[in-house]
Design a protein around this ligand. Structure first.
Ligand SMILES: *Cc1c(COP(=O)(O)O)cnc(C)c1O
Length: 372
């Protein structure tokens, strides 16, 4: 059993149970459990409005949404992507028989470095799959410029980017498609869940067919689709969660500010760039443990763990170091010096709305004492 005073890197956003009961009663009354029922339709509409996007297709999880997004655009051959992400990003390519080509990241944002994309393009390249890592937007205009020049599609893995806005509005409106995850560990969750954001009704319809076996009507199947539909119970939970998300984001921002204030002065501890003018979601709080800090990243990780603080090494190991990828030429360490360096230094600190002030003080004190 977990001890009461353990502090994890995240805790799921769970609204009061009694608020969920009326939703369940509705499902029991109308006996619609899935297949684009009323809660599914309501959540799609509510998310379009909340996020500021044109169309959204809900999925059973973010990984099936990524796999389906690649199918929707008929992506083949090679796709340029980042090694510095959760492993599902590259797995979605392998599930489509696509070869991932890893390109190094920018040292300031830890997102795909647009300056290194062009030299990785070959005649087989059909698309770019960048990740808005930690919810920090990629250099979307530089990536779009390259895609336009070489006639490539862009699918953003936006699993971390729920609610993030830049000066043009939702960051989810960039590229051809954006994919969200509503997994329990994410800022906005439906227990398990995900979505594809797209700009036009025709693409939305193709995605809706693909997530329902390719079925159009009783006698018509137009594509070898998958079963990726979100159930009514998950959609209902999403609708409830949407009523609590703004409060949760406010608290996350406070925690982000607290950490920045307390950690900024510590020798050898670097906080990743703050959100500036942008609407951020404060989904993660990554620090980089540098050589001037008296402990290595792994020593600090163990020390925190000894104090009941379960920080996480997101993203270590790099995707390109896992056995199904490491044989690729682009997976070699020499091709990915910035990503390799970040993976050896990064530590994500606890950040979630119900984190108590005394827990935050405890985290900061343990890190500060590393210096004493
Ligand atoms: C969580 C996550 C996914 C996978 O989403 P699931 O909903 O868990 O399938 C994909 N990419 C990134 C970057 C993620 O963090």
């Amino acid at each position: 059993m977990n001890e009461k005073n353990n502090i994890f890197v995240t805790q799921p956003l769970l609204p009061p149970l009694e608020e969920f009961i009326p939703y369940l009663e509705k499902i029991w009354d109308n006996k619609i459990l899935t297949n684009s029922g009323p809660f599914h339709q309501q959540l799609e509409a509510a998310l379009c409005e909340y996020l500021g996007v044109e169309h959204i297709a809900l999925f059973t999880n973010g990984t099936i949404a990524l796999v389906t997004a690649l199918q929707a655009l008929r992506i083949t051959g090679e796709v340029i992507t980042t090694p510095y992400s959760f492993v599902a990003t590259a797995h979605s390519l392998l599930w489509n028989g696509i070869k991932p080509v890893f390109v190094d990241i920018d040292p300031n944002t830890l997102n795909l470095d647009p300056n290194k994309i062009e030299s990785a393009i070959t005649p087989h390249t059909t698309a770019i799959m960048p990740v808005h890592c930690y919810g920090h937007p990629c250099d979307v205009s530089a990536i779009q410029k390259i895609a336009d020049t070489y006639n490539l599609k862009i699918i953003y893995d936006a699993a971390h980017a729920f609610g993030v806005k830049d000066q043009h509005g939702s960051v989810l409106n960039h590229g051809d498609l954006s994919v969200l995850s509503f997994h329990a560990t994410k800022v906005f969750n439906t227990f398990e869940g995900g979505a594809i954001v797209c700009a036009d009704a025709k693409t939305k319809q193709r995605i809706d067919h693909l997530k329902n076996f390719g079925i159009v009507d009783e006698v018509t199947v137009v594509a070898p689709g998958i079963n990726g539909k979100m159930s009514e119970i998950n959609a209902a939970f999403g609708l409830l969660q949407l009523q609590h998300i703004d409060k949760a984001l406010v608290r996350r921002k406070e925690i982000d500010l607290f950490y920045r204030g307390r950690l900024a002065q510590l020798n050898g501890i670097q906080c990743l760039g703050d959100a500036g003018e942008m609407d951020a979601n404060y989904s993660y709080f990554p620090i980089l443990v540098g050589t001037e800090y008296p402990l290595t990243r792994d020593e600090l990780y163990e020390k925190l763990k000894g104090q009941g603080i379960y920080a996480r090494r997101y993203f270590y190991p790099l995707i390109s170091d896992f056995p199904m990828y490491r044989g690729l030429p682009s997976a070699q360490r020499g091709n990915l010096p910035v990503a390799s360096d970040a993976a050896s230094k990064v530590l994500c600190l606890p950040i979630y709305p119900t984190l108590a002030q005394q827990d935050l003080d405890h985290v900061v004190n343990v890190i500060s004492k590393g210096l004493a």
